[in-house]
Design a protein around this ligand. Structure first.
Ligand code: ADP
Ligand code: MG
Length: 346
């Protein structure tokens, strides 16, 4: 495994989770096909093996485009944008958008409010949507905090319509990529794909195992060193999703302000976590949870994991402890910048 790790180290790294699909020196598949595209402000890498039906790539690209046009906050005609600009009235949406917003609200409930898609007005106030960063006045944040709390969103299942209260706006950025990755997984499987990796920024979804039967090896990026790892995970038919403040931030007067907002303060969260990775079959909730853990901090995240064993995690704390779900004991190899004494099973 040490050898594997050093081989992984030499790979080109651009995402926060690094997919190590080229690392087995023995297996040299010529039946691998890749596609790279950009959507949701994110590089999407698709790697599939033994493709029988070439149409699969068109199908996946079609759905990526379609999801972006439904869930994006920056595309004015998206369903989410229509909803955000509907001034407190019911807005009809597609079944998928309806269900995803529903799941996001569920994530808000189970995380005690740490995950909240209604933070969008606050995300905008900090300039994260445009890149024109600024530190909002306390007064402004106090006013915008009144519009948070996604449990206030109303649903009418009879005609698939959703209502945001006046002033409320939502942002699916913390959950949509996990959802899309899991949908692409399903669509690839329907097309007969048995082996592959789909990576959307910090979201990696494994399809089956590697063609040689081994699990996929996925490196979790070290927040301080672009080319280093917290560790390497082995996953099969699962998603691994990472959230961290190092992924998007700006600096003012030597202080860093990142893009994950604590819905209880309206400011970038200041928990004891540097990076949170969730490993699960449920990529949608996994994405929401990785964001939520980052906000909740390690104590609450540990408590959540103890009560919800279908989710596993690797958490790096600010004092550089690596907390790893006990169930991942044989599926996680610690990165070379860490000592075994930094590793804690939770
Ligand atoms: P990324 O999108 O960088 O992979 P995350 O999945 O952690 O990372 O999502 C962060 C995005 O979610 C932010 O850019 C913002 O749009 C939105 N967001 C920020 N804070 C929260 C929060 N507390 N709950 C839900 N969504 C959030
Ligand atoms: Mg997320």
């Amino acid at each position: 495994m040490k050898k594997l790790l050093s081989m992984l180290m030499s790979a080109v790294i651009c995402a926060s989770i690094i997919t190590g699909c080229d690392i087995n020196p023995v297996f040299q598949p010529d039946n691998k096909e890749t596609r790279k595209l950009i959507a949701f402000d994110t590089v999407i890498d698709i790697t599939l093996y033994d493709v029988e039906d070439e149409d699969v790539f068109n199908v996946l690209e079609y759905w990526i485009d379609r999801y972006e046009n439904r869930f994006s906050t920056t595309i004015e005609t998206s369903e989410v944008s229509l909803l955000n600009n509907n001034n407190g009235t019911f807005q009809q949406v597609s079944a998928e958008t309806f269900n995803l917003i529903n799941r996001a609200v569920n994530a808000n409930e189970i995380t005690d409010g740490a995950f909240d898609i209604a933070v969008y007005p606050i995300v905008k106030a900090w300039g994260f949507t445009t890149g024109e960063y600024k530190i909002p006045e306390n007064e402004e944040l106090r006013r915008l905090l009144m519009f948070t709390g996604s449990r206030k969103i109303q649903f009418n299942p009879d005609n698939l319509s959703v209502r945001l209260l006046t002033g409320m706006q939502i942002d699916l950025g913390g959950i949509a990529k996990g959802y899309i990755a899991s949908k692409l997984y399903e669509k690839a499987k329907e097309k007969g794909v048995k082996s592959g990796l789909i990576s959307l920024g910090g979201n990696v979804q494994a399809i089956g195992s590697k063609p040689d039967g081994n699990p996929w090896y996925v490196g979790i990026q070290h927040p301080d060193y672009e080319n280093d790892y917290i560790g390497v995970l082995s996953i099969t038919d699962e998603a691994a999703i990472t959230s961290g403040g190092y992924q998007r931030f700006f600096e003012r007067d030597g202080k860093r302000y990142h893009h994950i907002i604590d819905p209880s303060t309206g400011a970038p969260s200041e928990s004891d976590i540097l990076s949170a990775t969730v490993i699960t079959k449920d990529g949608t909730m996994g994405d929401a949870l990785s964001t939520a853990f980052y906000v909740m901090g390690s104590e609450k995240a540990k408590e959540f994991l103890a009560n919800n064993p279908q989710f596993k995690a690797v958490i790096l704390t600010k004092d550089y402890k690596v907390l790893v779900s006990e169930e991942l004991k044989d599926k996680f190899e610690l990165g070379e910048r860490f000592f075994l004494s930094d590793l804690y099973y939770i």
